[in-house]
Design a binder for this molecule. Structure first.
Ligand SMILES: *Cc1c(COP(=O)(O)O)cnc(C)c1O
Length: 437
């Protein structure tokens, strides 16, 4: 039996424990939803005020130069690069994940169209995040490609000489399952296909090695594990071998080689800067930089290797404690136990009541979230036996090693035990659905 004392002792020995004070969390809250919206860096509040009152209020338009506003997409991109195994100068922070995915998938289809015109399919995973599938569906319609969706254990088998692009999300948002990026990228290359990776649940959560994997394109999210604030700019990476080959489809003036020449014709900037479109949300960029600076601070205490080690320890502990203390309450585990296949979240399954249990936990200050399983079930009906846990709803808990400790895990599971043991979740107020789950 693991005790709260054991967990407090582990916190005292944790090399990352000093990073907790870089974040502001409300008193009495155990925040297990950093995979959806990361916590606020303490520095962000003052930094945004400074950007508003000084840089905007006093500097006015001069701040594009004097405060470095104009270079923020590249500057922030350089802080993201080491987290994802990319080099400086290869990443920009800009736009949303959805929009960046549109740009890179479009570029990938252009390259495939030139190098391999007979290839007609984009392969992805059926349980990929919906916006990724919607963007891909729209582009496929527009460009005359087929979007071929498969279960995660059928990805390799789906790669063939008609595959133009393999588009995947590295860590699955519903289950926390992590795909083998190096292996699948190698399989795609062997089949002659390009790869697009979505790192929304990976960047800042698990070490990523885009170059080592020989990936082609990647996008990711700024407001999840990077703690950039609601609607923070996302990021985009294109391998240097492709970056200059094509215009990206949203060829706005910020991606122009010399935007302030105001020429009527478009001349793309060299490298990743052409993946910018229009004027950037500077205030959001300043908040995102504070989130990224927490990873700069983490470098001094072990960096992403230490983050990963703690993430696995936290998720192992959560799984063990739930199985020890909440047994007999109908909970299952959707997240792989195998470390190599696990991201930084744990998803529990339950046939009924998952939404209400999450609501009851939130009322007790333990913030996780709920994801429905039913839509996947409907799609999976054409393949009997493929639904597995999909007829169960999901209770999702994200673990952010920068600000979550072992005692937090113990206390969260104790609250979950009490919610289940007292049937507290059956109360009507916990069974009313809100717009955002
Ligand atoms: C969170 C997430 C997104 C979010 O896209 P937005 O454009 O920021 O709304 C996209 N894809 C995946 C896989 C995600 O997890």
């Amino acid at each position: 039996m693991t005790t709260l004392q054991d967990c407090l002792a582990r916190d005292a020995q944790d090399p990352l424990r000093g990073l907790r004070k870089l974040f502001k969390l409300p008193e009495g809250v155990i925040y297990l939803d950093g995979n959806s919206l990361g916590a606020m860096p303490v520095a962000a509040a003052a930094r945004v005020v400074q950007a508003v009152t000084q840089e905007w209020g006093q500097g006015l338009i001069r701040s594009w130069n004097s405060a470095g506003w104009f270079e923020l997409p590249q500057k922030l991109g350089n802080k993201i690069a080491p987290l994802i195994g990319a080099e400086a100068g290869e990443v920009v922070a800009t736009d949303s994940t959805s929009i960046n995915l549109y740009k890179v998938l479009s570029a990938a289809l252009q390259i495939a169209g030139q190098d391999a015109p007979k290839r007609s399919k984009v392969v992805s995973e059926r349980s990929n995040f919906p916006t990724d599938l919607y963007i891909a569906e729209a582009l496929c319609r527009q460009r005359g490609y087929d979007l071929h969706l498969v279960d995660s254990d059928r990805i390799e088998a789906a790669l063939a000489d008609d595959t133009a692009v393999l588009m995947l999300t590295h860590v699955n948002y519903r289950t926390g399952a992590m795909l083998d990026m190096a292996h699948l990228t190698a399989q795609a290359r062997a089949a002659g296909a390009l790869t697009v990776w979505d790192l929304a649940h990976s960047a800042g959560a698990v070490p990523v090695h885009l170059h080592a994997a020989k990936a082609d394109f990647a996008v990711g999210c700024g407001y999840k594990y990077l703690n950039g604030g609601p609607g923070a700019p996302a990021f985009v990476w294109v391998h240097p071998r492709h970056a200059d080959r094509f215009w990206q489809p949203l060829a706005g003036w910020w991606g122009h080689a010399a935007p302030f020449e105001f020429t009527p014709d478009y001349r793309p900037a060299p490298g990743i800067s052409r993946y910018l479109c229009g004027t950037q949300p500077i205030l959001s960029m300043t908040a995102l930089e504070c989130g990224l600076d927490a990873f700069v601070a983490a470098e001094a205490v072990g960096g992403m290797q230490a983050v990963r080690a703690k993430s696995l320890a936290l998720t192992d502990l959560f799984i063990a404690l739930v199985e020890e203390r909440c047994a007999g309450h109908g909970l299952g585990l959707a997240t792989p136990r195998e470390h190599g296949r696990r991201g930084s979240q744990v998803c529990l399954t339950r046939k009924h009541g998952a939404y209400a249990i999450v609501q009851a936990l939130i009322a007790r200050g333990v913030i996780g979230d709920f994801r429905a399983g039913a839509s996947i079930l409907r799609q999976a009906q054409d393949r009997p036996g493929s639904a597995r846990t999909d007829d169960h709803d999901i209770l999702r808990f994200g673990f952010t090693p920068l600000y979550t400790g072992f005692a937090d895990v113990w206390n969260a599971v104790e609250q979950l035990r009490q919610v289940l043991a007292g049937s507290e979740w059956e109360r009507p107020e916990f069974n009313q659905k809100h717009a955002v789950t």
